[in-house]
Design a protein around this ligand. Structure first.
Ligand code: IPM
Ligand code: MN
Length: 364
C-alpha cells in the first residue's frame, strides 16, 4: 500500500527543513508518494490565499500532511483572513484535527541547553495533548461592536467566545487517557474551573471519562499553577491534557524546558488518524535561506507520522534512533551548539541522519 503524503513547506525556513525530512523518509525505502503544494504566505503569493482550494485538494488526496511553517512579518498588514496563520487554523478545522500531540523530551546530550538547572530537567519526557479545534480559537460569536451594557456601554468593544461541547471534550479525553495508558499512566487535566464555566464543564467530563480508565491516575490543575509547576518541577508531569488556548501557551513553555524548540515535533490528528505533522517552531524568517535552521523537529515529525498515521512504529523508531545517534556524534545546528560540539548546517544535519539510518539496520 502506498503511503500518500501532502508536502506543504510554507514560508521562511519551511522549505529547507521539509527537504531534509523528505530525504530522511526516502532513506527508509518505504512505498511513499508525495504531492507538493504551497501554503501560508507562499500560497498567498501564488494564488492570493494562504490556503487555496488547490492545496486543500492535494491534502484531501493524501493520508497525512507534512507541514513546514507559515508566517512572515511582511504579511502583518494583510486583513486577518489572508494572513499565513489562517492556513494552519483552516487545515485544523477542515480536517477536524482535534488532537494535538506536543511531546517535550530533553535529550541527555542537550541537558545544558535548557534554561533550567540540569537536575530539574534531566530525563524530562512529557506529552502535552492540546485540544485543537474548539475553545476561544473557534467559538462564535466573535467580533467588534458597540458595548451593549456595563460601565462602558456605547464604547467600541471586541469579543470572542470560549466554548466546548460535550462530544468535543469527551473525544479529547479519550485520546488523552489512551495516550497516558501507553506511557506513565498519569494524566493531568489543566483547566480554569475556578473561574470559567467552560472549564468546570471540561473538568466534570474528564472525571466522568476517567471511570473508563481505572488504570490511569487523573489529577486536575489550574492553568496558572500548571504554568508555575512546569518550571518548578516539570518531571512531575506525564501527560497533560488541556484546551486549545491553554495548550497553545503551555506547550511553548514546555518546549523551552528542553532548551530548543528546534528539536520538538508535533502531530495533529483527527478521528480516522489522518494527521498533520509539523515542527513546534515557526517559520523563523530571520534565518530563512541561510541553511542554518535545525531540521530535527521536522524529521522527528515525520517519525510521528510513521507512528500515528502509517502505523509503522518500527520506521519511526529507526528515525528517532538515528537522531539520537547524530546528537551522540556531537553534531549540532546553531540553536543547540555549545563548546565542544561540531556546528553543522541544515543540510549536513539531514545528511547525518540519513547516514545514521543507512548505517543501521534496514527495515522492511
Ligand atoms: C501553534 C501556533 C498557532 C496557534 C498560530 C500560528 C495560529 O502558535 O501552532 O501553536 O496559535 O495555534
Ligand atoms: Mn503556539
Amino acid at each position: 500500500m502506498t503511503l500518500k503524503i501532502a508536502v506543504l513547506p510554507g514560508d521562511g525556513i519551511g522549505t529547507e527543513i521539509v527537504t531534509q525530512a523528505i530525504a530522511v523518509l526516502d532513506a527508509l525505502s518505504l512505498p511513499l508518494e508525495y504531492g507538493h503544494a504551497p501554503v501560508g504566505g507562499a500560497a498567498y503569493e501564488a494564488h492570493g490565499h494562504p490556503l487555496p482550494e488547490s492545496t486543500l485538494e492535494v491534502c484531501r488526496k493524501a493520508d497525512a500532511i507534512l507541514f513546514g511553517a507559515v508566517g512572515d512579518w511582511k504579511y502583518d498588514s494583510l486583513e486577518r483572513k489572508l494572513r499565513p496563520e489562517q492556513a494552519i487554523l483552516g487545515l485544523r478545522k477542515q480536517f477536524g484535527l482535534f488532537a494535538n500531540f506536543r511531546p517535550a523530551i530533553l535529550y541527555p546530550e542537550l541537558a545544558n541547553a535548557s534554561s533550567l538547572k540540569p537536575e530539574v530537567v534531566a530525563g524530562l519526557d512529557i506529552l502535552i495533548i492540546r485540544e485543537l479545534t474548539g475553545d476561544i480559537y473557534f467559538g462564535q460569536p466573535r467580533g467588534r461592536r458597540e458595548s451593549p451594557d456595563g460601565e462602558f456601554a456605547g464604547a467600541p468593544e471586541a469579543f470572542d467566545t470560549m466554548r466546548y461541547s460535550r462530544p468535543e471534550v469527551e473525544r479529547i479525553a479519550h485520546v488523552a487517557f489512551g495516550a497516558a495508558r501507553k506511557r506513565g499512566k498519569r494524566l493531568t487535566s489543566v483547566d480554569k474551573a475556578n473561574v470559567l464555566e467552560t472549564f468546570q464543564f471540561w473538568k466534570d467530563i474528564m472525571i466522568e471519562v476517567s471511570a473508563q480508565y481505572p488504570d490511569v491516575a487523573l489529577d486536575h490543575m489550574y492553568v496558572d499553577n500548571a504554568a508555575m509547576q512546569l518550571v518548578k518541577a516539570p518531571k512531575k508531569f506525564d501527560v497533560i491534557v488541556t484546551g486549545n488556548m491553554f495548550g497553545d501557551i503551555l506547550s511553548d513553555e514546555a518546549a523551552m524546558l528542553t532548551g530548543s524548540i528546534g528539536m520538538l515535533p508535533s502531530a495533529s490528528l483527527n478521528a480516522r488518524n489522518f494527521g498533520l505533522y509539523e515542527p513546534s517552531h515557526g517559520s523563523a524568517p530571520d534565518i530563512a535561506g541561510k541553511g542554518v535552521a535545525n531540521p530535527l523537529a521536522t524529521i522527528l515529525s515525520a517519525a510521528m507520522m510513521l507512528r500515528y498515521t502509517f502505523n509503522r512504529p518500527d520506521a519511526a523508531d529507526t528515525i528517532e534512533s538515528a537522531v539520537k545517534s547524530v546528537l551522540a556524534q556531537g553534531l549540532r545546528t546553531a540553536d543547540i551548539f555549545e563548546a565542544g560540539t561540531t556546528k553543522v548546517g541544515t543540510a549536513e544535519m539531514g545528511a547525518a541522519v540519513v547516514s545514521a539510518i543507512k548505517a543501521g539496520k534496514t527495515i522492511s
